[in-house]
Design a protein around this ligand. Structure first.
Ligand SMILES: [Zn+2]
Length: 340
């Protein structure tokens, strides 16, 4: 039973990752459309609001009901002024009101590490791209144009992708709100009472010791909200490498060209602690919970690559006659030796 539950969590997370890619690809396409229609100055204000109902729910394993039942969940890209309750460092946020109107806002004027805003960067790519290009010539008359065009599209895709992790985080909140039938929202409301007090204190010019303590305790409480922990977990997992590829290790048995190998758990755990933002501020109970969940995900990933390895092996004609069990044992033995 427990296995099924954690498997669902694992699988829904993969789906949510895909969903955030779909949303961002949608926006990339829109931007490219704008450029193709010779609308050369990019501004996110001109990008449309989209709804989950516009996306295909059938491509997911675990979250298709969520997509179907939350058709009205909207996404939009706004500037800092339109960004509800802006606090430093956020690139996106999930807002749900008491009537269950839901919105994920993406902060369009996010600043990159190079100090440019997304608008500057995208307009820069457009400028660098050969302006002589004519739509009727696209891709046919000159391969040079084609290349620069694709390069530009790649750059835009890469820029838009800086939102992937934040969007995934917010989608996890939306999914948890749906899955818990609104408990996400109510736990947030409880926290919200202190939030009002905290923002009052934050607006003061100087804080006394008690006020400073209140603020840092309040921030810690936020980091330890169950749903915040889960969303941050999802975000960290997305960035973690669980496996590596090993070439030609099995020449002795001559099966396939390469196999996936698990990265040792200690290494994975180390990068998890680095990639989970706010890990050191987790209360011991939450720390234990995320550590355990990471262990469970590690097992899931192991099963996943085992399946892939087996498929790889079975693709090989000579070995397809051998029994599945034999290959599986072989891989298990091989994995044991490699994982120690
Ligand atoms: Zn959050």
């Amino acid at each position: 039973m427990k296995y099924i539950k954690i498997f669902e969590t694992y699988s829904s997370q993969k789906d949510l990752e895909e969903l955030s890619s779909v949303v961002l690809d949608y926006y990339t396409d829109k931007i490219v459309d704008m450029i193709e229609s010779k609308f050369f100055v990019f501004n996110y204000n001109k990008l449309p609001v989209i709804e989950l109902s516009q996306l295909n729910p059938d491509i997911y394993n675990t979250i298709s009901d969520f997509v179907k039942e939350n058709g009205e969940l909207q996404f939009n890209i706004v500037g800092r002024k339109g960004f509800y309750n802006y606090k430093n460092g956020e690139k996106a946020q999930y807002i749900v009101d008491k009537d269950n109107n839901q919105l994920i806002q993406i902060l369009g004027d996010s600043i990159f590490s190079d100090g440019n805003s997304i608008v500057d960067n995208i307009n820069g790519h457009i400028d660098k791209w050969d302006g002589e290009w004519d739509k009727t010539d696209f891709g046919y008359s000159s391969p040079k144009y084609d290349t620069s065009y694709h390069k530009m599209v790649d750059y835009i895709k890469r820029d838009i992708d800086i939102y992937h992790s934040s969007l995934l985080h917010e989608l996890q909140h939306a999914f948890d709100n749906w899955r818990s039938k609104g408990k996400y929202q109510s736990s947030n409301n409880k926290f919200h009472d202190n939030e009002t007090k905290a923002s009052l204190i934050r607006s003061k010019e100087s804080l006394d010791e008690d006020e400073q303590k209140f603020i840092s305790k309040h921030y810690k409480d936020y980091l330890n909200l169950r749903y915040e922990v889960d969303a941050r977990f999802t975000q960290a997992i997305k960035k973690i490498e669980f496996h590596d590829v090993e070439w030609d290790l099995t020449t002795e048995y001559s099966i396939g060209d390469f196999l996936y190998v698990m990265i040792p758990f200690e290494k994975v755990f180390k990068s998890f602690k680095r990639l989970y933002h706010g890990y050191k501020d987790l209360y011991p109970k939450e720390k234990r919970r995320v550590d355990k969940k990471l262990g469970q995900f590690f097992e899931m990933e192991r099963d996943f690559i085992m399946g892939r390895n087996i498929k790889e092996v079975l693709k090989n004609e000579t070995y397809s006659k051998k029994s599945y069990k034999f290959i599986k044992n072989l891989l298990l033995k091989w994995e044991r030796e490699n994982l120690k």
